[in-house]
Design a protein around this ligand. Structure first.
Ligand code: GRF
Length: 200
């Protein structure tokens, strides 16, 4: 069983989809630890309800980003984490975590990167921008995390079509539905060696 650490900031629906997949044997892994940078995130409360260990690493406790980066490495190391999954984590991952967990930090993003990624591209903004650009499809990207927002190597993508009467909200819902399946499927493919992570 692989050990997952999940980073969250918000409502946690992807985290819950992964928890469900682990519980039902669709993903041969366990969520060992959930870390949030937001003490008020619903995800943190949901993880606690599921008796998953949680940690809050936020700026009110840690004075600067290096201190929180260090604290995150310590927390992940303590739980012997194999993969760090970003499931709606709204902060840059620090260099210490990225170096300690090199090629093991994975993000899910609700667009077809490199389109509609980067600073400011989060939540409904993404889907509004996709429709404004007149795209005929959007989708989900799962990618390795590097020091920049939404820029690491793409591991997998799945498209969704855009209807003529699509709204940002309807597109967000469509994309989220795909996210909930694709994230755990992709992690399982990594565990099974079907998707290969860089080894350097
Ligand atoms: C998802 O759309 C994910 O792709 C993005 O942030 C959102 C998080 O949603 N990175 P949730 O917190 O998992 O419900």
């Amino acid at each position: 069983m692989k050990k997952l650490g999940i980073l969250v900031s918000g409502r946690g629906s992807n985290m819950m989809a992964i928890e469900h997949a682990c519980k039902h044997g669709e993903l041969s892994a366990n969520i060992e630890l959930v870390i949030s940078n937001n003490k008020n995130s619903l995800a943190l409360a949901l993880a606690q309800e599921k008796n998953i260990k949680t940690a809050c690493i936020d700026s009110s406790i840690y004075p600067d980003s290096d201190a929180s980066d260090k604290a995150m490495v310590e927390a992940l190391d303590e739980h012997d984490i194999d993969f760090v999954l970003l499931a709606g984590f709204m902060k840059k991952v620090g260099p210490r975590v990225l170096s300690r967990y090199k090629h093991k930090v994975i993000n899910i993003h609700p667009s077809l990167l490199p389109k509609f990624g980067g600073k400011g591209m989060f939540g409904i903004n993404i889907h509004t921008a996709v429709l404004a650009a007149g795209e005929i499809e959007s989708g989900v990207t799962i990618h390795l995390v590097n020091g920049e927002y939404d820029e690491g190597a793409v591991l997998t993508q799945q498209t969704v079509s855009i209807a003529l009467d699509e709204t940002p909200e309807s597109l967000a819902a469509k994309v989220l539905k795909v996210e909930h399946v694709l994230f755990s499927k992709t992690i399982q493919k990594i565990i099974d060696g079907i998707i290969l992570l860089p080894s350097d």
